[in-house]
Write a protein that binds this ligand. Structure first.
Ligand code: KMH
Ligand code: ZN
Length: 277
């Protein structure tokens, strides 16, 4: 049984600081969170940033500053979100790659997202994938629904393996409009992995009340974990999340109970093909 890759997704693009005061939105808050989560056992950070007013932004200068600051202060693998907010135009989402992260997310299809639509056209996905290949940026393919894995199979067959040669996917489960956060849905996704290259790894994250069922299902199935305030703002019924550290500590605890302790950032680089990218 392998060690567990723990990704922290501390901010996201959906919650506001006024609704969720513990959300890290400034660069200082993000770096402080990153350091503490790394000390607990996270090895990857999935990053969305905010502007001076706390609104989601894909400003290239701020993204570059963020990548630099995270690299200076931690040895976490820096994964920028190319998903942004549902309102972000494709050109801005592609420009995220110019900030030179280790990894970037690449969502494998359009999905209803609450009352909104998270649009990911095929041509846009191809653009993201091929630009990442050219620049040696390792993708994390975000899977919100079963058919997104079929799209990934098609993408890899037509355009080749990602930078570094390793395929890693993240099942984002329980988004209203996407697949449910259930063990049955996770098993369905795992079955579809059979069509993907041998050695493909997966992590899973359950949004909201799917957080714990998905975490337990993924650990038992040999998968990895993503946790954080992007996906979870309630720790338990009636208890708001106090910090990202609280969520990472819980994930580390579950992983240790499963005898799959957190992987180090160095081993995570090896696993994800970053050392070859
Ligand atoms: N904020 C969502 C619309 C990603 O980071 O790549 C998209 C998202 C996925 O969070
Ligand atoms: Zn995200």
């Amino acid at each position: 049984m392998t060690a567990t890759l723990i990704t922290v997704a501390p901010t996201g693009a959906e919650s506001t600081k006024s609704d969720v005061p513990a959300l890290p939105v400034t660069l200082d808050e993000l770096v402080a969170t990153a350091k503490e989560c790394a000390a607990l056992g996270a090895s990857v950070i999935h990053v969305h940033i905010r502007d001076g007013l706390g609104r989601p932004t894909l400003d290239l200068g701020l993204l570059r500053e963020t990548v630099r600051a995270l690299r200076q202060s931690t040895d976490l693998i820096v994964q920028l979100s190319s998903g942004g907010a549902v309102t972000d135009p494709e050109a801005d989402r592609l420009r995220v790659l110019d900030a030179g992260p280790d990894m970037a997310s690449c969502t494998m299809g359009t999905v209803n997202f609450g009352d909104d639509v998270f649009l990911n056209r095929w041509e846009f996905i191809v653009d993201l994938h091929t630009r990442m290949q050219e620049r040696g940026i390792v993708p994390e393919y975000e899977i919100f629904d079963l058919g997104h894995l079929t799209a990934l199979d098609r993408l890899l067959s037509r355009y080749g393996l990602p930078a570094g040669g390793h395929v890693h996917v993240d099942f984002v489960m329980g988004v209203p409009g996407g697949m449910p956060g259930t063990t049955a849905a996770l098993v369905a996704c795992m079955s579809a992995l059979r069509d993907l290259p041998l050695g493909t790894t997966f992590s899973a994250t359950g949004v909201g009340r799917a957080t714990i069922p998905v975490m337990l299902a993924s650990l038992s199935a040999g998968g990895h974990l993503r946790v954080g305030m992007e996906d979870t703002i309630t720790y338990a019924k009636g208890r708001p999340v106090e910090s990202n550290m609280q969520l990472v500590a819980r994930a580390v605890g579950f992983a240790q109970l499963a005898q799959r302790p957190p992987i180090t950032p160095l081993d995570a680089r090896e696993l994800l093909g970053l050392s070859k990218a």
